[in-house]
Ligand binder design. Sequence first.
Ligand code: NAD
Ligand code: MG
Length: 380
Amino acid sequence: MKKRVVVLGATGSIGESTMRVARALPEQIEIVGLSGRNNTTRLLELAREFPSAQLCAGNEASAAALGAELPDHTILHGDSGLEQLATRPEADIVLVAIVGTAGLKPALQALESDKDLAVASKEILVMAGEQVMAAAARMGGRVLPVDSEHNAILQCLDGKDPATIKRLILTCSGGPFRNATAADLAGVTPEQALRHPTWSMGRKISVDSATLFNKGLEMIEAKWLFGIPMEKIDVVIHPQSIVHSMVEFVDGSIIAQMSSTDMALPIQYALTYPERYAGPCAPLDLASVGRLDFEEPRTDLFPALDLARRAGTAGGTLPAVLNAANEAAVDAFLARRLSFPGIWESVARAMETAPFVEHPTLEQLIEADRAARSAVGDRL
Ligand code: NAD
Ligand code: MG
């Protein structure tokens, strides 16, 4: 069956990989909606390539500029535009690939409109995983992970009884500073942090991969996606990024998923789930990879994993605080207003000082997110 797909954040790194999948599988995937914030040139090119897509630009001026080039289209914009796109009657599934939490509301609206959700934006599950999963359960929609680790786990689980899971093992490349010292980390520049050893990605997730907050966010993401408590979620460093994650079962068996380092595969599997097709992902040649290494993460040097475990275990507003403080701190680091270790110092401080609500409403989560961002900003 052909899936009609809306892509929120179509002009980013995940968006571009999604277009490769759509180009390779025209019988399986039809793009019916595309959003981008600033890059109207790219949005225009994509609109010409995928003519049945409705478009949403970041603001009114960009929408007007696009409208002038595409007289037959109505161009949406802003938050209301994202909502209209996410609830489009023509869509079966909405892929949320907007960096940060700006995709939370459209994600919830998509589920409420009876659509499946493909989630790249892990931040929305960290902030409001309970609300997203509850909306999916209420509506009977699916929440399909695009993040490579969680997509790997979905493939490893493949219908097995959840009671037989001993633990989920998320693999982590270790980022560009796997072998660094504390002194090295103190002087890290944005240019160095953005140079990821195995993946080419957007700026925010590249910095998150360097601090290991990316893996911390993914631990909390896994808790919600698979309904697994934090104590059964582990991380192992695997520098080659070939094993994308694993599940250990009660009998001692570990099932792993391997493929080339290319986001096209998890995106494709999320969009065509549970079917498999020959797509754009290059085959994996294990002999040329040669070896697969695994080692313990260095939690002494990278506090992000322990902070995330604490937030994920405590629950309530704490994961939203961790996520928002991290987003604000990464922005400040990229603007050279904060040191690299300042990122986890800011997150730790926000977690210590923010008020804690154990069973927050969506409004309370949004307020916790806003307050944590401004608390980080106020100190700089
Ligand atoms: P990116 O920065 O390359 O692209 C972000 C996209 O979101 C762009 O289309 C941009 O126009 C849009 N956008 C940004 N802010 C917006 C806002 N406030 N409102 C509306 N649109 C906005 O980011 P990316 O690397 O593609 O990552 C997207 C998400 O996917 C992130 O949450 C990231 O953690 C997750 N993810 C990415 C990868 C990867 O390989 N890039 C892998 C796993 C998960
Ligand atoms: Mg990942």
